[in-house]
Design a protein around this ligand. Structure first.
Ligand code: AMP
Ligand code: GLY
Length: 419
């Protein structure tokens, strides 16, 4: 089969690498892809959100199957467009991708179907939102309704901070129309983790648990990023907890989406917090997480293409998904200044040496004059698998230390204490 993967980050590099191992896959096109992905797939310069462009590419290249990975094309209806064109695609339809693209919808879904989550109210009127904050006090969490590149959430320590967040989201439209509505919710505490699940709407199969590290600096200090690293699996996600989440969260969510006429087929991302009252949903995403995917897929033993086909054909229940024993650690290396402003175009050294001990997924790289240069905020995800979490971490960091460019930075405590 000829497969088209839509996207161009570290997550897509990991998806392409997993598909490359499949005997069912003859060739991979990735659009737009990146420097690293171009080593294992053909990269086509079509933007991930360009629906007519992607349809044209898939038709002209006689693509057999499409994988829609990022949130924005899913929210725009990329999977619907391929279905209408009669080209098989993996990824939820727009009406199901709403579970990520509208927090007002996802919170309403959880309330209606009794899925554990933080108490909340949603607002279309900023004055009412401000009054609610005065009534509730702080800490309190303010969330823009729509997609905001992972930056639409403010965990406010004071009422003033929360009110400022409401005004910048709703009045100043910091995230555009994504801020027409806000959700204001109770601040929960506890460790966070991610469970990505494959689902065809009839069966839901969790992948191994993972944990992203969102703040930019060690010890979870500094502003949030797209994710500075991930581990898989998470030691505190016990089999008992997994069973509880399956019964009270994963299956009820799949069934709730069916009951709403929004059957979800694809990867459903559960961002969970383990509170004193049990696990609660912090957020849903309609796709693979980034960088969780880079830590999860290296432990997948089953052919990923077989899973995509099973989901597409509604036969996920017949497939036994196998995971390898062991542990994976992915350390993100970022451009100086990220998540704020940063420069691009710096030559990256040490990739070959690092590649001998770890897998280096490229997120924001390009090839210039035959050399890899930086081309984004998050540049690389240096990933290692080993028998224990400590060994995986050690190996990932051994590889990280071989790589450098002007201004590069990374966290030194992915998966635990500082190394
Ligand atoms: P989100 O973009 O929804 O994943 O939110 C980003 C981060 O904000 C999460 O990973 C949490 O650390 C934090 N957060 C979101 N909602 C809450 C909440 N209700 N209580 C405490 N922290 C939260
Ligand atoms: N790692 C968080 C996300 O993919 O949204």
């Amino acid at each position: 089969m000829k497969v088209l993967v839509i996207g161009g980050g570290g997550r897509e590099h990991a998806v392409c690498a997993a598909l490359k191992k499949s005997p069912l896959v003859d060739s991979i096109i990735c659009a737009p892809g990146n420097g690293g992905i171009s080593q294992i797939a053909e990269c086509a310069p079509v933007a991930a959100t360009d629906i007519p462009g992607m349809l044209g590419l898939a038709r002209s290249r006689a693509v057999d199957f499409v994988v829609v990975t990022p949130d924005d094309p899913l929210a725009l209806g990329m999977a619907d467009a391929f279905a209408e064109a009669g080209i098989p695609a993996f990824g939820p339809f727009k009406n199901a991708a709403l579970i990520e693209s509208s927090k007002v919808f996802s919170k309403g879904l959880m309330k209606k179907y009794g899925i554990p989550t933080a108490e909340y109210e949603s607002f279309t009127d900023p004055e009412k939102a401000l009054a609610y904050i005065r009534e509730k006090g702080a800490p309190i969490v303010v969330k823009a309704d729509g997609l905001a590149l992972g930056k639409g959430v403010v965990v406010a320590r004071t009422p003033e901070e929360a009110q400022e967040a409401v005004l910048s989201i709703m009045r100043d439209r910091k995230f555009g129309d994504a801020g027409a509505n806000v959700v204001i919710e109770e601040c929960l505490t506890g460790p966070e983790l991610t469970v990505l699940c494959f689902t065809d709407g009839k069966t839901i199969k969790p992948m191994l648990s993972s944990r992203d590290h969102k703040p930019v600096f060690d010890n979870d200090m500094g502003p949030n990023t797209g994710g500075m690293g991930a581990i898989c699996p998470v030691p505190d996600y016990t089999p008992e907890l997994a069973e509880l989440c399956m019964r009270d969260i994963f299956i009820p969510t799949m069934e709730a989406m069916n009951a709403e006429g929004r059957t979800f087929r694809g990867v459903l991302y559960f961002g969970l917090m383990l509170t004193a009252d049990g696990p609660k949903v912090i957020e849903y995403n309609s796709r693979f997480g980034d960088p969780e995917t880079q830590a999860v897929l290296p432990l997948l033993e089953t052919d990923l293409m077989e899973i995509f086909l099973a989901v597409y054909n509604g036969r996920l229940g017949e497939l036994d998904i196998k995971w390898s024993w062991g542990s994976c650690c992915c350390v993100v290396m970022a451009s100086g200044g990220y998540p704020g402003a940063y420069e691009k175009g710096f030559e990256i050294s040490g990739l070959e040496e690092a590649g001998r001990i770890a897998t280096v997924y490229h997120a924001g790289t390009a090839i210039k004059g035959g050399r890899f240069v930086t081309a984004g905020g998050r540049v690389l995800g240096v990933t290692a698998v080993a028998g224990t979490p400590d060994d995986a971490r050690q190996r990932a960091y051994d590889a990280v230390r071989l790589i450098s460019w002007d201004g590069c930075h990374y966290r030194r405590d992915i998966g635990g204490r500082k190394l």
